[in-house]
Design a protein around this ligand. Sequence first.
Ligand SMILES: [Zn+2]
Length: 357
Amino acid sequence: MGENHFKVSLGAAPGHPDWPNLLQFTILRNAKGNALQLDVVFTGGTGYSFNEYFQSYSYDGVNWRPVDWKLGHRMSKQEDSITFPVFEKNRVYVGRQVPLSFEHIESFIKKWRKTPHVTVHVIGKSLERRNLYRIEITDANSPHPRDERWVHWFANQHPGEHNSQWRMVGMIEWLLSDEGADCRRRFICHFNPMMSPDAPSHGWYRINAQGVDMNRAYRAEGSDKDAQAHEAYLYQRDLESLFASTEPPTSLWCMHTWSGNVDPRILPGPEMAPLGGWETLRDLINRHNHADLVRPMAKWVVKPETRTYWTDGMHVQFGATSVLCEGGAIIKTKEANKESGVVLMKGLAEYYRGTRP
Ligand SMILES: [Zn+2]
């Protein structure tokens, strides 16, 4: 279009011609001293918007700085522009929200698994042969028998909602810290950081390689290899095996993003009444919410059309406490996203006191 001014036309997700892929790319050389302007268009339709969330750029793929769209999706769904500050280095990475690649998650896992409190389960392979991870955290020297510990399960369904993945990184780091030691002895926490690991490198927001929306892929009647998306089936089968064990999950958390602060919506399970009801969990989380990152927890309702969401489907299948943890798109740094997870984890640690009755 002009000097340092380009037009970008986004492609569409497999099977969804009206769903734009995310704006993400690497500038390999010569960026230093230049201010890039991009005019971005998507002509496939208005199924989802590429400019619903902020973008970020980085010189090392580790430290990210946010950049806002000029208009945003409420004003313009299919055309927008974005201007980056003058770059200070030659190589630049660009992605959406606070990006987190599958390789970056694997580098975290490599670090975490060095402690005796972490067990890494590979529950299968994605269609493009990436590992499907479940990270189990519980204290290796806990005095409490395993079947008396509270069990909590956390997962990210939509691969492009990176802020929600950072939220889980914050929870994991807190659990492994000195502050998390008491909680770690009383809890078993399972983290499924990315249910669709093939997606980020393709820029897919919601789907797996079969083009299935990963949060419309649950089967409340039970897992079924032929009826479900490949990775959804493997993760649901793994969850069913946890429920069939002597250490069934007490609460199930689905990590997503939408606008505003982190926004947990709960379907309470039977353990909550003797613990003071779900409102007590809400109040305990609020007490740790010093930086105002989390909205007060609210109730969620299962509708016939939401049974294929993981939150709803799992609650129907198992009756356990299930939380649709949305929001957080307003949070623009890795540190604050991680802190939002710490706020939730501290609330859980206080609410689920002692051991399982
Ligand atoms: Zn989502």
